[in-house]
Design a binder for this molecule. Structure first.
Ligand code: BG6
Ligand code: MG
Length: 221
């Protein structure tokens, strides 16, 4: 039986994943008159702010000074945070509140392993922060997703080895990070894209305690 649950945030707990990309689109439109194609979203999902900006600049074949890079990253965050002002518990994805309750009833502690530095702010707005025994600060881990660091740190903060945990993710980078950490990867999204996970559900509403237990057993066969 698994002993801990490690959660990504954007696209797993809240419907905020697309807001990151909308903020990048607005930034690139304003500064470079470039319309970012939606296909880039997959490549920036789960990836830190700076790594996302670098991916976008590479895609657009744009070079900027280090000062401009810092300014662009900060401005993206201002745009993103302006999208968060209206965020409430209605933005919690379907089935997540039920899943959190099921985990609590079964005495499974929760840790947040999000790449977002806005994690604590978002959990507060959703009214979910008290459910988390640990919230990892992504600026304190050496390597961002797809490296496993934040999932290892999250498990350790719960006093656990990742091997005894399940991790929830909606991004390719995040699933790679969970798998490398040794935790059992449970993916939400496209089954082809996220096939490296132990199980993939197409919607958070499909995440039941039973399904997760089955996945954990499957991963440890
Ligand atoms: C991840 C998102 O959760 O957080 C990425 O999937 C984002 O799109 C990353 O770049 C960093 O977020 P923030 O809020 O620190 O810019
Ligand atoms: Mg995510």
């Amino acid at each position: 039986m698994f002993k801990g649950a490690l959660f990504d945030l954007d696209g797993v707990i809240a419907d905020t994943a697309i807001l990151h990309f909308k903020a990048w689109q607005q930034l690139m439109r304003t500064h470079f008159k470039i319309e970012l194609p939606l296909e880039l979203e997959t490549k920036t999902k789960g990836v830190s702010r700076n790594d996302s900006l670098q991916t976008i600049l590479n895609f657009c074949e744009i070079k900027v000074s280090s000062t401009q890079f810092i300014q662009l990253a900060a401005e993206k965050n201002t745009i993103y945070q302006s999208f968060l002002t209206e965020l409430t518990s209605t933005n919690i994805l379907p089935g997540i509140t039920r899943l959190i309750n099921d985990l609590r009833v079964n005495h499974i502690p929760l840790a947040l392993a999000s790449a977002s530095q806005n994690g604590p702010l978002i959990l507060d707005k959703l009214g979910l922060r008290h459910n988390f025994a640990a919230i990892e600060d992504p600026s304190q881990v050496k390597h961002g997703k797809p490296a496993p660091d934040i999932f290892i740190a999250a498990a350790n903060s719960l006093g656990l080895d990742p091997i005894d945990c399940v991790g929830f993710e909606d991004s390719i980078a995040g699933i790679t990070a969970i798998n490398t950490s040794g935790a059992t990867a449970i993916a939400i999204g496209n089954a082809t894209e996220l096939k490296a996970a132990t199980i993939v559900v197409n919607n958070t509403d499909k995440l039941s305690f039973n399904t997760i237990t089955t996945a954990f057993i499957e991963a440890h066969k």
